[in-house]
Design a protein around this ligand. Sequence first.
Ligand SMILES: *Cc1c(COP(=O)(O)O)cnc(C)c1O
Ligand code: SF4
Length: 339
Amino acid sequence: MKILTSELDSVPATTSSWKESLRRAIRSIDDLCERLALSRQDLDSLRVRDDFPLFVTEEFLSRIEPGNPADPLLRQVLPLAIEDEPTPEAKRDAVGDSVASRSPGLIQKYAGRALLIVSGACGIHCRYCFRRHFPYEQAMVQESYLEEALHSLASDDSISEVILSGGDPLMWVDQPFFRLVDRLAEIPHLETLRIHSRMPIVVPQRTDQAWGRRLMEQRLQVVLVIHANHANELDGSVQERLATLGAEGILLLNQAVLLRGVNDSVSALESLSRRLIACQVMPYYLHQLDQVQGAMHFNVPVSEGRRLIQDLRKRLPGYAVPRYVAEIAGEPHKTLLSE
Ligand SMILES: *Cc1c(COP(=O)(O)O)cnc(C)c1O
Ligand code: SF4
């Protein structure tokens, strides 16, 4: 199996397809400014850097308010000079991935669940990303790695759930993706297939009904964990696709990251949860930002995060309050930061 990025170029795309959407994605600050009616002055006041790769789909861009340099979606994708400032508390491998690897690309930290990195690519470049220093080149799934990972999974019957992650596993084209899914379904002790993906947000047409239906044509239970940080990310087109996936029998959860300037207020978090529920998605995790170099300007102190969760509880039904968690290397599960 090959990774998508090489296949992407050889697959003919129609104008409405998700591949075409990735091809048309905005990759320069100038282009972004022009589309969003932002002036260089707006950006100068933010100290935007223009030497860094930016990648935003038109679908995501269409949810950003033109002329607003403080837009919470814009903040997630805009490269800033402050990312270069050294921050002593940040580490490169903040979540301890390099020590928990079972075979290349296969990470097991928690009992019963193993995480398989199937793509180093994403449909968006999030500035706060905790995997920005992950050595993808080494973990990129190639046929040999994948065989080794499948072998490792098959030989350990304590594993009942496989999590496809990345990068974004839905950057893979359907054929090798479903081939992998079918191979996993052949491992008798596996019960659940979990997919962590931001594609339903950044390219909603990626996960259409045919995709959902095909995914359910195998015996594993499927959990799709999407990643939205702000209510504005969940527009009508996203809602429609998610409802379709839900109707196919896929359990839908969301994970968000608590981010300064994006969702660090009780009203932003409340709107996000309400919008998720309206889209039939359960708020699952609110992650404390992993302490990685280059992302610390997004950091919200845990004490403040706890207060936000307490206030959120006063406003929302219990099921709509996400679990506020951090990932602490060496712990047997994610650590709850708020009761
Ligand atoms: C977060 C994570 C999981 C999943 O943990 P859950 O609490 O089950 O959502 C599994 N493996 C790794 C390596 C993880 O980082
Ligand atoms: S989609 Fe996820 S893995 Fe990809 S850049 Fe964004 S946060 Fe990182």
